[in-house]
Design a protein around this ligand. Structure first.
Ligand code: NDP
Length: 323
């Protein structure tokens, strides 16, 4: 396969990657974005985004990402809607490969985000798509007037439960503790909703069903009592894991697999920058991801300028050396 060269390659196409693309493209760096086969990041699975500044009445997540992408394309960003299969950050220029492409690059921005966690319990994988889901936006409408369970106690679980009340006869939140870690406003919205019930101190031990899910096995972690809860759908909202498998051995990762970045933009490899949820274990918001994508692009631009200046200076020195 022929190798092409890029000033900047951006891996990932959520708010972080696409903001980096907008900035890099406007800096005339002609960025290449490896967007992944499911481009757009987690907001593609969201309904209304009410807290992204600039949209007074809110905007649907997929619409917001289409806007990001169109804005990046307007300034000449080239997109490949495929997954990167390997990177080599030990060589200069760096190498980035997919099944169809091989690029060398002077700088790379890692913005691959994080993916939904699964419970890894019996029946979960078998009944995935037949009652079990991690995406209320994608699958909620299949469960009109059905009995729905959401697992988790964070903001995602609250958001999914509230969203699912549009469809379900009842939505039951199952949480392993006696209080939610979600923000107060979201938790209050959920517990005060007439269609939402909560089962505290409980975990899901198994998903039950043949052709489709029909029930869950619940266990009260305080008493140890096991019960069967009849339900048609299980939405798992227990957090995310960083998408960093392709970077293992190439860049410093922490124990949980997040990219290590002391300043939230540089990595242990000069010229490789990071943006968004792939390093951010704290904020994980679209706006913070976008902000960090901007920082990564500005740093990449500065890095490339410095490289060019150093190259020019060494060229000038060697020209000055008499033969
Ligand atoms: P969190 O990590 O905040 O919450 C995960 C939840 O799942 C916790 O309650 C945790 O329990 C529970 N959990 C984790 N593993 C298991 C397991 N194996 N079995 C059962 N329960 C489990 O993740 P979120 O995705 O909810 O949120 C991530 C970040 O995104 C947060 O900062 C959040 O504020 C933000 N966010 C903001 C939104 C908004 O503002 N609109 C919407 C969605 C997310 P425990 O509490 O016991 O640890």
């Amino acid at each position: 396969m022929p190798t092409a060269h890029a000033n900047v390659i951006i891996i990932g196409s959520g708010p972080a990657g696409l903001t980096a693309a907008i900035y890099a493209a406007r800096a005339n760096l002609a960025p290449i974005v490896f967007a992944g086969h499911m481009y757009g990041g987690q907001l593609m699975f969201t309904t209304e985004v009410e807290n992204y500044p600039g949209f007074r009445d809110g905007i649907m997540g997929p619409d917001l990402m289409e806007n990001f992408r169109a804005q990046a394309e307007r300034f000449g960003t080239v997109f490949h809607n495929v997954d990167v299969t390997s990177v080599d950050f030990a060589v200069r220029p760096f190498v980035v490969r997919s099944a169809e492409h091989e690029y060398t690059a002077d700088s790379v921005i890692l913005a691959t985000g994080a993916s939904a966690r699964w419970l890894n319990i019996p029946g979960e994988a078998r009944l995935r798509g037949r009652g079990v889901s991690t995406c209320a936006t994608c699958d909620g409408a299949f469960f009109r007037e059905k009995e729905i369970v959401v697992v988790g106690g964070g903001d995602s679980a609250m958001e999914e439960a509230i969203f699912l009340t549009r469809f379900g006869r009842r939505v039951t939140l199952v949480h392993r503790k006696a209080s939610f870690r979600a923000s107060k406003i979201m938790a209050e919205r959920a517990v005060s909703h007439p269609k939402i019930a909560v089962i505290w101190n409980s975990v899901v031990d198994a998903v039950v069903g043949e052709e489709k899910m029909t029930a869950l096995t619940l266990r009260d972690v305080a008493t140890g009592v096991v019960s069967t809860f009849a339900a048609d759908a299980l939405f798992i909202a227990i957090g995310h894991d960083p998408n960093t498998a392709i970077f293992e051995g190439q860049i410093e990762l922490d124990k949980a697999g997040y990219i290590v970045s002391p300043d939230g933009v540089t990595t242990n490899v000069p010229g490789v920058f990071v943006a968004g949820d792939v390093f951010d274990i704290r904020y994980k918001q679209a706006i913070t991801a976008a902000g960090s994508g901007c920082k990564a692009a500005l740093e990449a631009e500065k890095y490339l300028e410095d490289q060019e200046a150093a190259h020019a200076a060494s060229g000038a020195r060697s020209e000055a050396v008499p033969a």
